[in-house]
Design a protein around this ligand. Structure first.
Ligand code: F6P
Length: 323
């Protein structure tokens, strides 16, 4: 194995650049050539390759986004697209791949490897954190911090005016960001896809506010929640309490950008080096993750979607803190 290709696929996440830097520097350490593949699987099909050096990744550890750009490729979902990609790798003498992706990209990689056996190591990145095989995926910690900082600001306004705010955070199918950032801002209620919404607690807080208690209420809603998102929940509340003023804030893509947190930079750096080491050790069709602070290598088939496990302890924690 002489040349390792690296690509970022799917939605961006803070820490991708830190991971690319780590992969390039680990390749240099192992005496390998590192080739960046632009625009994810689309760029692999189109042959958008560029040699990367230690210098070309200098000072990117602190930058959000991805130097290599990223796409959600539809062509790669077809056998023809995947064959083209394989041809391009052959044409550019790339003999191993490191993929930075989420569950969609991982399943694309599995389809590719089933047709074209090829040394490949995957690294989990998604702000949603909804991937098995690792405790945290690259980007999750920063997204939680961004949501926390935004909600602290919203709390100032909510508290000044005794208002209720419904804040929607990202998390298409999972409530990791909502739960963690919600706990960090002392949210009065958190609604996520993994649990059935119970609005009783919210009703009683609103009613005690109407009866004289004067406090803000911050409700965190994951975008994938069954209640239809923050706007719908706010509408439901104002229908029930027509004189109660509710506000909605949808944080959106600010959670995907920005300078990565310390935790994300370190995780990205560790996993990048581990991925190159795994290829050098002869692993393929695997992912690297971080479990209990240690790098773990698992079969790529383990890198599937997961949801937040809302244990009785977690529910109890929220109940105690949101009283
Ligand atoms: O998977 C990451 C994520 O940010 C989800 O939280 C969100 O639902 C989705 O991507 C948004 O994707 P896009 O940027 O393509 O609209």
């Amino acid at each position: 194995m002489n040349t390792i290709g690296v690509l970022t696929s799917g939605g961006d996440a803070p820490g991708l650049n830190a991971c690319i830097r780590s992969i390039v520097r680990a390749c240099t350490y192992h005496g390998k050539r590192c080739v960046g593949i632009h625009n994810g699987f689309e760029g692999m099909i189109a042959g958008e390759f560029e040699d990367l050096s230690n210098e070309s990744v200098s000072d990117i550890i602190r930058r959000g986004g991805t130097l290599l750009k990223s796409t959600r490729s539809t062509r790669f979902t077809t056998p023809e697209g995947r064959s083209h990609a394989r041809e391009q790798l052959r044409g550019h003498a790339i003999d191993a791949l490191i993929l930075l992706g989420g569950d969609g990209s991982f399943s694309g990689a599995r389809a590719f490897l089933a047709e074209h056996p090829f040394p490949l190591v995957a690294i989990p990145k998604t702000i949603d954190n909804d991937l098995a095989g690792t405790d945290a995926s690259i980007g999750y910690d920063t997204a939680c911090n961004t949501a926390m900082e935004a909600m602290d600001k919203i709390r100032d306004t909510a508290e000044s005016h005794n208002k209720i705010f419904f804040v929607e955070v990202m998390g298409r199918d999972a409530g990791f960001i909502a739960f963690r950032s919600g706990l960090s801002v002392g949210a009065e209620a958190i609604y996520i896809p993994e649990t059935h919404n119970n609005l009783d607690h919210l009703y009683s807080l609103i009613e005690s506010n109407q009866a004289g208690r004067q406090h803000s209420i911050l409700v965190v809603v994951a975008e994938g929640d069954e209640g239809g998102g923050a706007a719908q929940l706010a509408k439901d509340i104002t229908t029930r309490y027509p004189h109660y003023d509710a506000r909605v804030s949808i944080l959106g893509h600010i959670q995907r950008g920005g300078s990565p947190s310390c935790a994300d930079r370190v995780l990205a750096s560790k996993l990048g080096v581990a991925a190159v080491q795994a290829l050098a050790d002869g692993f393929s069709n695997v992912m690297v993750g971080d479990i209990n602070g240690e790098v773990r290598i698992s079969p790529l088939s383990h890198g599937v979607k997961r949801r937040l496990n809302v244990t009785p302890e977690l529910s109890q924690l929220l109940r105690i803190l949101s009283a």
